[in-house]
Ligand binder design. Sequence first.
Ligand SMILES: Cc1cc2nc3c(=O)[nH]c(=O)nc-3n(C[C@H](O)[C@H](O)[C@H](O)COP(=O)(O)OP(=O)(O)OC[C@H]3O[C@@H](n4cnc5c(N)ncnc54)[C@H](O)[C@@H]3O)c2cc1C
Ligand code: FES
Length: 283
Amino acid sequence: MYKILAKEELAPRIKKMWVEAPRVARQAKPGHFIIIRLHERGERIPLTIADMDPERGAIMMVFQEMGKTTEELGSYRVGDALADVLGPLGKIVPPRRVGTVLCVGGGVGVAPIYPRARELCQVGNRVVAVVGSRCKDLLIMQKEMEEACHEVHYCTDDGSFGHHGLVTDLLPQLIELERPAEVLAIGPVPMMRAVAQVTRQYNVPTIVSLNAMMVDGTGMCGACRVTVGGEVRFTCVDGPEFDGHQVDFAQLASRLRQFAEEERLALQRYHERKEGCQCQTNG
Ligand SMILES: Cc1cc2nc3c(=O)[nH]c(=O)nc-3n(C[C@H](O)[C@H](O)[C@H](O)COP(=O)(O)OP(=O)(O)OC[C@H]3O[C@@H](n4cnc5c(N)ncnc54)[C@H](O)[C@@H]3O)c2cc1C
Ligand code: FES
């Protein structure tokens, strides 16, 4: 069992947890992810390792409550334990010194961008970040990003903090100014797709981290298949980072929607069970 050592709410429905997992913590590198299972009847979901502390034998996860499993995880408390933590998973490309790197993070995508930005800085790059969210209250890990990067620009959809608009609004002027050797974008699929469309016009190599549907995480089940440069690739073993200019984002978006009805029903049943338990306790 993997004990929860600390828990914090970073924003509405976005939580951070440190979990005891000594073997994973010792081997994890920025860009790795884990597949967790909350309990014996739970489904397996992938989450990025947002930070690691090998001495304490712990890893950090930052997650957004999107449906049944992430909502149930959000209800876990310090001292509770997860049944399984499988990892570290994913193919890691060691950070290279290339000059300037633009890191673009959207929503909860800021959590996986943070350890990558920090290591890109540590190997001698200038790292400029663009962080976006729907509103000021949903901006997470500002302090960590400002410590890890040389410069951070903020955007909110409603204008409550930083630039009023999307992260892609700022990209053309930042690309002209900074002349980045690379762009790294992690966030919702429409954001990564839009970033890749902008950077393609400027010929700037762009890495994206794909959040494809996953089950086994070993390249066996095929659930996480994506098309990159016309070839089928498995996100769990070949990724999750890929060349953003080669990804078939329309296919990825459509595959992520394919179980929408089952996901809605699973969440509804979870709420009904929870309400049932509360009635029994109160009654
Ligand atoms: C490599 C990788 C790293 C990720 N890292 C993070 C992270 O650090 N923080 C975070 O908040 N989210 C992360 N995600 C997304 C996270 O796995 C989903 O939000 C989670 O699985 C939703 O499960 P649910 O039961 O709460 O919601 P559901 O209602 O089941 O699903 C909500 C949406 O989440 C996606 N999803 C559902 N099941 C899976 C699954 N088994 N695998 C992948 N996506 C799924 C689908 O788009 C779905 O529409 C990552 C995904 C991948 C592939
Ligand atoms: S999750 Fe099964 S092949 Fe990748």
